[in-house]
Design a protein around this ligand. Structure first.
Ligand SMILES: Cc1cc2nc3c(=O)[nH]c(=O)nc-3n(C[C@H](O)[C@H](O)[C@H](O)COP(=O)(O)O)c2cc1C
Length: 181
């Protein structure tokens, strides 16, 4: 099954839970991917923060092309997602070495990853060097219904867990939820 587009305002629902993400970039020559766990929504308008900086090879493509895709790996992809965060794209083609399948995006030149459950096509809108924070804006969201939609979370010490029990308090929160969420 291919990716299908969903409402862009749903982007928040993938970042708010604090996922392990794979961030793809394209520098004009090569696709690259890095792992990131320090992400944060900053409003309901599809703006998000990525904590990263010039020590990563991806940073140059992020700041020069001002484009990326934030992909949500399922638990079955987690080990490879972690490995993508241990090797630099400066020296390696992580798509072929880790077996990720690049799929063309629509809003950006960076690619989707076919093995991921959701991908957020984003532009880089700002960089706050004092804290090494990139501000990104999501323009398009696609999901693959055939991929396990559980999100992986990093504890921060090399251990991880996947989504477990879900609790629904939408009625209690209805005054705080903008339309479309
Ligand atoms: C689980 C995990 C989480 C990571 N989270 C971040 C992060 O939030 N920010 C960051 O700058 N690097 C993070 N990294 C490190 C980068 O993914 C790593 O430096 C990677 O090799 C960068 O790839 P690149 O040089 O091809 O850009 C993380 C790595 C792992 C394994």
């Amino acid at each position: 099954m291919a990716f299908r587009e969903i409402e862009p305002q749903k982007a928040l629902t993938f970042i708010e839970p604090g996922p392990v993400v794979l961030v793809t970039t394209f520098d004009g020559k090569k696709h690259n991917v890095m792992t990131l766990t320090w992400t944060c929504p900053v409003n309901f308008d599809n703006d998000f923060i990525l904590a990263t900086g010039p020590w990563n090879h991806s940073f140059r493509a992020l700041t020069e092309t001002k484009e990326c895709v934030v992909c949500i790996p399922p638990p079955s992809l987690l080990r490879r997602a972690v490995l993508a965060g241990t090797v630099s794209g400066k020296d390696a083609d992580k798509f072929s070495s880790l077996g990720f399948t690049a799929v063309g995006a629509k809003a950006v030149k960076a690619c989707l990853i076919a093995e991921c459950s959701a991908c957020l096509e984003c532009t880089v809108t700002d960089y706050l060097p004092e804290y090494s924070l990139l501000v990104i804006h999501c323009n398009r969201v696609v999901v693959n219904d055939d991929v396990d939609a559980r999100i992986c979370h990093a504890v921060g010490d090399g251990t991880f867990f996947a989504d477990g029990e879900k609790f629904v308090y939408r009625d209690e929160m209805k005054d705080k939820l903008p339309p479309g969420l």
